[in-house]
Write a protein of this length. Structure first.
Length: 542
């Protein structure tokens, strides 16, 4: 054996030994009796709270052996059932539905254009999220920890910050909508009260970790489904107003080009509803055995997100369309926003109708829990020293941040929704372009894997050498990905269509422009990355 190979293997072995010292998720799942005593002494007191059942583990890897032992304690199908329940609770409620109220009210689209744009874009987003989720069982790592193998040690810090902003944005949307709902139910309740309730409950569930999260979401997915069915009942009673709304849209006199521009802008909004899950979808599969077929993970994630989102998207679109011409609903929307519109649809049912609305309100909590849970991991990616602070501390900080920001932005729900969501889609498009090309162009066979000589150290069995998750010298420097990311940002800038800025290409389509940022960011990134990555591999072998 060559001396350099021996040195590399010794270094890898040393790392593996160190990695064993990191507290395992399996240990955390089965027992909290012994407090963890790693990290600086001044934070040891935090780990004593583990006895309460808080999940203190963070971004460390769950090894294949740990996951196999966990799988022996319960069948894999049980995990699949819980995961499907998790997705339904998170995607089958008001968070996903909220954007679907707006195509007619804000974008001036008739029913047909609203449905086609909203559903096709959402399906594309589901494909991206499903593909990203397959990284979870393969690696045993959280989604953005695997992104270290794309962006390198320093580049991924920027990605983590962007992801935090995105998750906080979704949480703010949930909190403000929740406040609108409670205020519309009881006009004596301030909007802030609904925000407080939603923030506190989301935080409480999130700090107890993945096991409690899965059970909580699975249980609540059933009443949320029933509440949505009842929402269909009350909305379809007014379906005759769809024709009147379509006539009002026609009378508005938008040109064909302007309508196409509005169609594309709404497309970007709904694409972002589901595609943004790609930034954290793998987080919920880290306990699946490494041998789990990728196609099963893909299908569970795709249908787990797509089916409930279609289910709520259709009824939301119909309701928003009716509200344009049906005065009671339109007045409620103008007075209390989307939350007021939802409450008004159930007004004929009296107290029971309010009870159903409260169930729909709980669906916002389900989505917020997942945002709170995942965003805590992103903080630990920013700096290695932050891994010593348990995840539940970060979840607490995240909850405080989105609570404060929700209070500050509580009167601007529609503006937040339509201006913020498309921007989330930009960075996800860039990330997926990089992930697809890295996996397909540079890791699809042995010959291409051998370009990553310093990462694999002679063993090319896995797609990536996941053991190097916390070893920067065993991963890419991220130069190609970071430069390609900047190219993608340039594409987003020239194609974005927001109130505060309209890109030169977006401005070419119709009176109000068209949001093309998601397409151009993906395209610019996909063109730049292959050549740059090949040069990087030739120069550094990682």
């Amino acid at each position: 054996m060559k001396e350099e190979d021996y040195t590399t293997r010794q270094e890898s072995t040393s790392f593996d030994e160190e990695n064993k010292k990191v507290p395992s998720i399996l240990t955390q799942v089965h027992s909290t009796e012994n407090s963890v005593t790693h990290g600086p002494k001044f934070i040891h007191w935090i780990y004593k709270l583990d006895a309460l059942g808080f999940e203190s583990t963070g971004i460390e890897r769950v090894s294949p052996e740990e996951r196999d032992r966990l799988a022996e304690s319960r069948p894999t199908w049980h995990l699949f059932v819980e995961t499907i329940g998790l997705w339904w609770a998170a995607c089958g409620g008001l968070t996903s539905m909220s954007s679907y109220f707006l195509p007619t009210l804000l974008f001036g689209l008739n029913m047909r254009d609203s449905m086609v744009s909203g559903l096709i874009s959402m399906i594309i987003g589901c494909v991206l999220a499903a593909y990203a989720s397959t990284m979870g069982p393969k690696s045993g790592l959280r989604q953005l920890v695997t992104a270290r193998f794309l962006f390198g040690e320093w580049g991924v810090k920027i990605i983590a910050l962007i992801s935090i902003v995105g998750l906080l944005g979704w949480s703010i949307i949930n909190c403000v909508l929740g406040g609108q709902i409670l205020q519309a139910i009881n006009h004596n309740i301030s909007l802030a009260v609904g925000i407080v309730v939603l923030s506190v409950v989301s935080w409480l569930v999130a700090i107890f970790g993945i096991r409690v999260l899965l059970k909580f979401q699975t249980i609540l997915s059933i009443p949320i489904f029933v509440a949505t069915v009842l929402f269909y009942v009350v909305v379809c009673q007014k379906v005759k107003y769809v024709h009147e709304s379509n006539e009002l849209v026609k009378e508005a006199g938008y040109s064909a080009v302007t309508t196409r521009g509005n169609w594309l802008s709404y497309f970007a909004v709904c694409y972002s509803i589901t595609s943004t899950w790609a930034g954290g979808a793998g987080d919920y599969y880290v306990m699946y055995p490494a041998s789990t077929p990728s196609y099963k993970i893909f299908l569970v994630t795709f249908f787990g997100i797509a089916v409930p989102t279609v289910f709520v998207g259709v009824v939301g679109t119909i309701c928003g369309n009716i509200a344009l011409s049906y005065k009671p609903w339109n007045d409620a929307y103008n007075a209390y926003g989307v939350g007021g519109l939802i409450v008004e649809t159930f007004s004929a049912w009296g107290g029971f109708g309010k009870f159903v609305v409260v169930i729909l309100y709980i669906s916002l909590i389900c989505n917020n829990i997942m945002n709170t849970y995942s965003s805590a991991f992103e903080f630990q990616i920013i700096d290695p020293r932050l891994i010593y602070i348990p995840r539940w501390i970060w979840a607490t900080i995240v909850a405080i941040i989105y609570f404060v920001l929700s209070i500050a932005g509580r009167d601007h729900f529609s503006e937040i929704l339509t201006n913020f969501l498309p921007m989330l889609g930009y960075w996800i498009s860039i990330y997926i372009a990089l992930l697809l090309e890295e996996n397909l162009f540079f890791r699809s066979n042995l010959e291409r894997k051998m370009l990553h000589e310093k990462e694999f150290s002679g063993s090319y069995e896995e797609l990536y050498n996941w053991a190097n998750w916390n070893r920067p010298k065993g991963r890419t420097m991220g130069l190609a990905a970071c430069f390609s990311f900047l190219c993608g940002v340039a594409g987003a800038v020239v194609g974005m269509n927001q109130v505060y800025y309209r890109g030169p290409i977006a401005d070419l389509v119709g009176e109000y422009g068209a949001d093309l940022g998601m397409w151009l960011s993906f395209g610019f990134t996909a063109i730049a990355y292959p050549g740059l990555r090949y040069l990087e591999l030739k120069a550094f072998q990682r």
